[in-house]
Write a protein that binds this ligand. Structure first.
Ligand code: R7I
Ligand code: MG
Ligand code: MG
Ligand code: MG
Length: 351
C-alpha cells in the first residue's frame, strides 16, 4: 500500500508537469481537433523519433516553488513561499505568467515582504485576482497535507493562494482543486464512483463557500459559485458522450479564471475515466490530458490541473514513459514527489 501511495504522489506531480508541458503549445490557440491531437501524441510517443523537450510554463515554475517550500519548511510558511515565487519569477520571467500577477511579485519585492498577503489583496482595485494561478500550483499542498483534517487542508490551500490571489473565486478555486486531488488520491483505483466523487466535493465546497465574516461578494458574484458548478458538472456526467465541447465551454468554461477552469479540469478527469469517441490514448491518464487539451482555451493549466488529479488517482505507472521523457523538469517532479511523500508520512503519521 505504501508503494502504491508513492506511485500516486509521483503520478500527481508528473501529471501536473505533463499537462503543462504538453498543453502549453495549444494555450489560447484555436482548438485542436481530436485527430490532430491523436497524431500529436502518437508522434511524441514514437521511441525512435528525437524531439526537443517540451518546456514547462509558469504553472510548473510555481508548483515547484510550493513543493520546495513545503519540503524545506516541513509545512506551510507564507513568507518563505512568497520569497520563492518572487525569486523564481525574476530568475525566469518569460515562463508565460498571467499579466497581472507580475505586479504582485514587484510589490512584494519592493516592500521587502513586509505584508505577504497585502499586494495580492490590492489587485484589480482591491477585489483581488480570480485567475487560476492559485489553483494551478496547489498539488504539493494536497499531497503534503493529505492525511490532515479537511479544515487544515482547506486553510493551507486558501492561504497559499492568497499570496497572489485575493479574490474569493481565486482562492476558493485553489481549495477545490486541492480537495479534488486529495479525493482522487484517497479513492481506490478500482472504486471510482463518479456520483460520490462529485457529491463529496460538493459537500466540502458548500462549507467552504458559506460566506465568512471577513468575506464580501464582489459585484456579480454569487455565494455558491463552485458548489453550483459542481452540480452542473454532475449533470454533464449523466449525459455521457452526448456532451459536446461547446457545452463544456458554456457550462464549465475553459479560460484563465479559476471558476471557469477548475471544475473543467475535474470534469476532464471524470469524463476520461471512460473511453471517449475519436480519442486514441494509451491509458486513461493520457486520455485525460488529451481531452483537457481538446477543450481549447487555457490548455496548459486545465490539462495540468486535470493531470494532477488523474495522476493522483492512476499513479505514475499509467503515465507512458515515452511521453514523460519529453517534459522539462521531469527528474525534479519525481524527486519532489518522493520528498513530499516521505515528509507527509512522517509529519502526519496515519492514525
Ligand atoms: O492567475 P494568474 O497567475 O494566471 C494564470 C494563467 C494560467 O493560464 C497560466 O498558464 C498563465 O497563462 O496565466 O495571473 P493573474 O494575472 O492574476 O490572472 C490572470 C488573468 O485573469 C488576468 O490577467 C486578467 O485578465 C484575469 N483576471 C481578471 N480580470 C478582471 N477582473 C483575474 N482577475 C480578474 C478580475 O478581478
Ligand atoms: Mg502557463
Ligand atoms: Mg467560508
Ligand atoms: Mg495557462
Amino acid at each position: 500500500a505504501v508503494e502504491l501511495l508513492v506511485g500516486r504522489f509521483r503520478g500527481s506531480m508528473v501529471g501536473a508537469l505533463m499537462g503543462d508541458c504538453l498543453g502549453a503549445p495549444f494555450e489560447a490557440e484555436p482548438r485542436a481537433a481530436r485527430s490532430v491531437l491523436n497524431s500529436y501524441f502518437k508522434r511524441l510517443s514514437c521511441p525512435d523519433i528525437k524531439v526537443p523537450y517540451k518546456a514547462y510554463t509558469d504553472d510548473t515554475a510555481m508548483t515547484r516553488c510550493v513543493a520546495l517550500s513545503l519540503i524545506q519548511e516541513k509545512g506551510y510558511n507564507a513568507e518563505d513561499m512568497a520569497k520563492r515565487f518572487v525569486k523564481e519569477f525574476y530568475a525566469e520571467p518569460r515562463r508565460g505568467y498571467g499579466s497581472n500577477v507580475v505586479d504582485v511579485f514587484a510589490a512584494l519585492r519592493i516592500s521587502k515582504f513586509e505584508d505577504v498577503y497585502g499586494p495580492a489583496a490590492w489587485q484589480f482595485g482591491g477585489s483581488g485576482s480570480y485567475g487560476n494561478g492559485g489553483a494551478m500550483r496547489v498539488a504539493p499542498v494536497a499531497l503534503f497535507y493529505h492525511p490532515a483534517p479537511d479544515q487544515k487542508v482547506v486553510s493551507v490551500a486558501k492561504d497559499m493562494a492568497l499570496i497572489t490571489h485575493g479574490n474569493r473565486l481565486g482562492y476558493n478555486g485553489a481549495v477545490l482543486q486541492c480537495l479534488a486531488i486529495r479525493e482522487a488520491l484517497h479513492t481506490p483505483t478500482n472504486q471510482l464512483d463518479v456520483v460520490k466523487f462529485i457529491q463529496s466535493l460538493k459537500e466540502m465546497m458548500k462549507k467552504v463557500e458559506t460566506l465568512g465574516e471577513d468575506e464580501i461578494l464582489e459585484k456579480g458574484q454569487i455565494e455558491f459559485e463552485y458548489t453550483g458548478r459542481l452540480s452542473r458538472l454532475a449533470s454533464l456526467m449523466e449525459r455521457g458522450d452526448q456532451v459536446s465541447i461547446d457545452a463544456v465551454e458554456e457550462e464549465l468554461g475553459n479560460d484563465i479564471s479559476a471558476h471557469r477552469s477548475v471544475p473543467t479540469a475535474i470534469y476532464s478527469f471524470l469524463r476520461a475515466s471512460n473511453s471517449i469517441p475519436n480519442i486514441e490514448a494509451e491509458t486513461a491518464f493520457m486520455r485525460t490530458i488529451h481531452y483537457a487539451i481538446s477543450l481549447g482555451g487555457d490548455t496548459d493549466t486545465i490539462a495540468s490541473m486535470a493531470g494532477s488529479i488523474a495522476g493522483a488517482f492512476y499513479g505514475i505507472a499509467e503515465i507512458p514513459e515515452s511521453l514523460q521523457r519529453h517534459c522539462e523538469g521531469l527528474a525534479e517532479a519525481i524527486q519532489q514527489a518522493d520528498q513530499l511523500h516521505s515528509l507527509a508520512t512522517n509529519t502526519h503519521p496515519p492514525p
